[in-house]
Ligand binder design. Structure first.
Ligand code: PRP
Ligand code: URA
Length: 210
């Protein structure tokens, strides 16, 4: 199956992304923007949730309306930077569970190193959205989704804010069955594996560890 890749060019997302990229944006505002963009992206990434009928009474009389059809969701941020998107997505889906995958990129090899994993015990019943602001070489997202697949969730989507073409190609080859949602596809990676123009180091900017 070919991946579905969605680049979300909604004006609100693109506007917030400009301030997110700017080196003049401090940690407080950066965190708020990551969370807000996460929320706006989640709105679109959940567009295909199935609905069912609900019978209710409005103050005027009975009505048949729609509710989400009992689907259970889980959000899984890739530590650290994915944590920045969690508040935003939970604002839209407060009943979702949150798992965590800890990976860091070795600065020399650029290969991801796993250091933590805690997934919901009922993950087989859940639709999972994996969160990480950056898809650079793709190594972290590819490994995180490989780890999650071993627990057999009902479905998996991947949501990032900025992707590099190199990472998107590697990801779609490794996981052709996983739809990808991003807010921007940038030009390329530099020699240190950073996305150009990108936004710098997402984890350091969120947590003020520059
Ligand atoms: C960043 C980012 C991704 C990864 C992307 O994390 O949040 O997880 O790099 O790079 P890749 O696509 O080349 O794997 P980092 O390793 O800097 O860890 P951190 O979030 O703890 O800062
Ligand atoms: N990780 C980041 O945080 N930023 C990049 O540009 C690449 C990897």
């Amino acid at each position: 199956m070919e991946n579905q890749v969605f680049v979300m060019d909604h004006p609100l997302i693109q506007h917030k992304l400009t301030f997110l990229r700017s080196k003049d944006t401090g940690s407080k505002e950066f965190r708020e923007l990551v969370s807000e963009i996460g929320m706006l992206m989640c709105y679109e990434a959940t567009r295909d949730l199935p609905l069912e009928d609900a019978r209710i009474e409005t103050p005027i009389g009975p009505a048949t309306t729609k509710v989400i059809a009992g689907r259970k969701m889980a959000f899984i941020p890739i530590l650290r930077a994915g944590l920045g998107m969690v508040d935003g997505v939970l604002a839209l889906v407060p009943a979702a569970k949150v798992g965590h995958i800890g990976l860091y990129r070795d600065p020399k090899t650029l290969k991801p190193v796993e250091y933590y994993s805690k997934l919901p015990s009922d993950i087989t019943e859940r639709d999972v959205i994996v969160l990480d602001p950056m898809l650079a070489t793709g190594g972290s997202a590819i490994d995180a989704i490989g780890i999650i697949k071993r627990s057999h969730p009902k479905s998996i989507k991947f949501m990032c804010i900025i992707a590099a073409p190199e990472g998107m190609k590697a990801f779609t080859e490794a996981h052709p069955d996983v739809p990808v949602y991003c807010a921007a596809m940038d030009k390329r990676l530099n020699d240190h594996g950073y996305i150009v123009p990108g936004l710098g180091d997402a984890g350091d900017r969120i947590f003020g560890t520059l």
